[in-house]
Design a protein around this ligand. Sequence first.
Ligand SMILES: C[S@@+](CC[C@H](N)C(=O)[O-])C[C@H]1O[C@@H](n2cnc3c(N)ncnc32)[C@H](O)[C@@H]1O
Length: 427
Amino acid sequence: MQINGNINIDFDAIPIEEFWNTGDVKENKMHRIHAYPAKFPAFITSKAIDYAENYKQNTNWIADMFCGCGTTAYEATRNGKNFWGSDINPVATLIAKTKSQVYIDSILVKYYDTILINYQKINISRNDLKEINERIWYWFKEEQIADLLKLKLSIYQSIPLKSKYFNFFLTAFSNILKPTSKWLTKSIKPQIDPNKKPADVLIAFSKQFDIMRIANLENDINNKSRVKIENINFLNKKTRKPFIDLIVTSPPYVTSYEYADLHQLSTLWLDFADDYKSLREGSIGSLYHNSDFIKDVKILNKTGEDIVFRLYNQDKRKAKSTAKYFVDMQRTIQKSFNMLNDNGIALFVIGNTEYKGVRINNAKHLAESMLNAGFVDIEITKRKISNKILTPYRDKSGKFTTDRNSRKVYSEEFIVIGKKRNGQKNF
Ligand SMILES: C[S@@+](CC[C@H](N)C(=O)[O-])C[C@H]1O[C@@H](n2cnc3c(N)ncnc32)[C@H](O)[C@@H]1O
């Protein structure tokens, strides 16, 4: 459905479009080398490229400002395109960078063997263990801490720190942290599983290496593509000149995931921060912020204002974080517009949510923000979400659950597309 200046349409009545539902080919194994919350399906990028090329639009440079674990990055390079991406979370950009490279198999095996040889030579003392962050002690048993420390030191000793192979093995290390800890598996809330037997570190590492090695063998990304992935807050990105032809992204939702909390094991082990909570700062959609509510409300567009006022009667804290989220999204949309070349296209994948009976129409807010930023020919379609991607159920308190008797919220999401017309000025 196309909106021409009027966003007061019934978003529920927008039909599902088969084109965006499923991919034509199986996803490459590279997409499964590291778990990541709210990862979107790989085929969205190739379909977005087809869509843009149907409009005779250039697709040389593709961007994803919320690149997460690099789904768009990987698919863009497979399609021979250049890619620019950002994510505020260093764990995300580590995985995305690792996925956007091709590795020589014999070198991978050589480094793996060296890591194992050096591992056997490292001795961990009581003093070494005393240096370990308190929060790591909360999540891990002593046996795993000692082995993980040996493994980490061995990776640092065995591979040149600036090489892409170093990132490859850090990513492998990162993905064995949850199985080797007491973290409740598949939980989107960080919590201890009292009954869990944490996996053996070397066995987990060997399995993870096999998964990543096999994924690399079927890797068909284009070596000539230019890839730049930045670990930054997109809202602070300075774009002097437009350079992007196509944006393909899925923004965070308000208070659905605390990405900093979910990645805390990797953050602590890889020394990205001493206190993982510091990484909540600037993260769009986080519940934790020091924003000025009155100022935020003044900036909100009409849809944002309506939703925030309705929420305010139910839950003031939620209303404040939603206001901050909408303001951040409005700035995101403006910055996205500014980085697009003439005739550039932006595609956002976004879902609606509900909180204490208040419908949070993210898609409508996004469409209005796009109109205000200068986008034209805004088109909104819907796709079905496979249950494999995100649980559609929420319990009474609004938290995600796999309990099928709970309220179903996310069974579909929106694809919102806008264009920047030739000669339109940046704001
Ligand atoms: C829905 S996820 C994107 C997932 C991605 N499409 C994938 O397939 O992995 C949203 C991402 O936005 C990131 N993010 C949140 N606030 C940000 C900000 N201010 N700047 C850049 N990235 C941010 C989060 O860390 C998270 O990785």
